[in-house]
Design a protein. Structure first.
Length: 177
């Protein structure tokens, strides 16, 4: 698969290089379309992340924060290089901005999670347990928007945009009936 993609990329570069340098419209449009497609595919790779953060109450798992910092730096410095040029490439400027913002939001989300769970993590450490083994932490981690959303959907009660996510006394769990 890797060889196929590398071959396709090489063929496109060799086929488009000359017409693009002469300013032929179809070559310019094709390279723009390829750039836009690359942006869409890259940003689509980030789509599952907010759902995972919601499910885990903001905890970032499965993503190396060091890698995230390096990747964010790459997006930031690429954006700065575009700003320093005479002309600004809007397509890639938008891409680098979105990538930097999405990755920054993951840092912020994990930072908020660390702040919110500081007492639970301290209690777990005092009990000689890891956070993921501490019963109170597991109970807290299993709560939240995702659990309430599943319960609301099972009960047939939709979530209004500004409604509270806490269970009300009049809500009946109809999943057993």
């Amino acid at each position: 698969m890797l060889l196929l993609v590398a071959g396709l990329q090489t063929a496109l570069v060799l086929a488009i290089r000359d017409p693009y340098s002469r300013g032929i419209p179809w070559a310019v449009k094709l390279t723009t379309a390829i750039g836009i497609l690359a942006c869409i595919v890259l940003i689509a790779g980030y789509v599952p992340i907010p759902f995972e953060l919601i499910k885990r109450r903001g905890r970032v798992l499965g993503i190396s924060l060091v890698f995230l910092a390096v990747d964010w730096s790459g997006a930031f410095f690429s954006l700065m290089s575009l700003v320093a040029q005479n002309t600004f490439d809007v397509t890639f400027g938008t891409l680098y901005t979105l990538v930097a913002l999405i990755e920054l939001s993951m840092f912020v989300s994990h930072g908020i999670w660390l702040y919110r769970t500081r007492n639970l993590r301290t209690d777990a450490k005092a009990a000689g347990l890891e956070y993921d083994e501490f019963p109170e932490a597991l109970e807290w981690q299993d709560g939240g928007v995702y659990k309430d959303w599943k319960r609301h959907m099972r009960a047939g009660v939709g979530l209004l945009p500004f409604s509270s996510f806490r269970q009300s006394d009049d809500m009946v769990d109809r999943s057993d009936s």
